[in-house]
Design a protein around this ligand. Sequence first.
Ligand code: PLP
Length: 432
Amino acid sequence: MSFRDDAQAAVEWAARYLERVGEYPVLAQVEPGWLRGRLPAAPPDDPEPFSALLEDMDRLILPATTHWQHPRFFAYFPNTGSDPAILAELLTATLNQVGILWRTGPALAELEEHATGWLAQLLGLPESWHGHIEDTASIATLTALAAARAAMPDRRVVVCSEHTHSSIDKAARLLELELRRIPVDDAFRLRPDLLDLDGACAVVATVGTTSTTSSDPVAAIADRVGDVWLHVDAAYAGSAWVCPELRASAEGIDRADSLVVNPHKWMLTGMGCSCLWTGRVDEFREAFSLVPEYLRTSEDVVSLSEMSIPLGRPFRALRLWAVLRCFGRSGLQAMIREHVRLAELFEGWVRDEPGWELCAPRPFSVVCFRRDGPDEDNERLLAVANASGELFISHTKLDGRYVLRLAIGNARTTEADVRRAWDVLRREASAL
Ligand code: PLP
């Protein structure tokens, strides 16, 4: 078989999968070790045709797959790989660029800066900021905090709220910085009046916390931080700023020193696209620029490897570019508005149903709720609802109580899917 024939078969497989993805159980219904128990212990001695791999995609891979592309994936923060992003990934792999220097991939280097610049415009960020792409928000935050530490080497504390994502703990641990957690108010937002900045090199404010999507008051925090580096983690909710009516949480963002937004969460790029912007390019270069002799060139350009940890980088910008072009501002706004509308609808159903309770304000597209009664009943409800395969939701703990979380963010989710999720939850709750 030729590359062209195999490619057509692979695209056909992908198209068929996407047409039927809503028919699979959302959460993989296998036990740990299921796949490894079915794979040959040793690699093949002789070449196999690509078609053999495609057969195993159906036989082995799909049963052990949790379907993030499923319209009833409501766990964590959903993540959709849209049609343009999937096809751009094929082109990315075809070109197989390795961006270690501008000259090893001029298009990669320039498109990364340009596409993050376009996204900055769409989100209303300062025009002067420099953007680049990391694989995850965890790495983006680690990068930003490393720059902050290098800028203020005598200070060894990172300040954040009790609701900050664990990636900030991990970054602090890796950078040997102490983490100081500040209490939140009754809407789960960091209380700026309690900020203790003694010895701090950085403050992390979150817009769209993982548990409830609450937003720390960035402007009020910026008022207090002085010369301490302000990093904003808007991994999930930053995408919502494409809609002007959802930009209240961006107030003061122009005073941040760095910002991370994950287009792979709520902007259709598929996994592995996290944008990091900063106005403090010099401090980033101070922390990361290290150009060994063999990489010295005559071009007068800053390599993206001087702004981040890795030397080589893939052509991630192609996916972001594809999404921004093929959806446009209006397409992205329409998707985000629809998700917020659906979340509001679900929130209303919970509010109106006796025996159920809303547990947090809903600023974006995540609803935190629980059934009246002990934590164990809610845990059991989550387990049986997910085991049904009809939906996948996750949980959190708020004020010590077990809380269910329905997060809407998949491009395929319709009102009928949200309605079905509610029907399943009520059905399983009454059967407990
Ligand atoms: N920040 C927030 C607010 C998150 O919710 C998450 C993950 O859900 C992260 C950071 C880490 O994201 P990533 O998986 O891209 O490292």
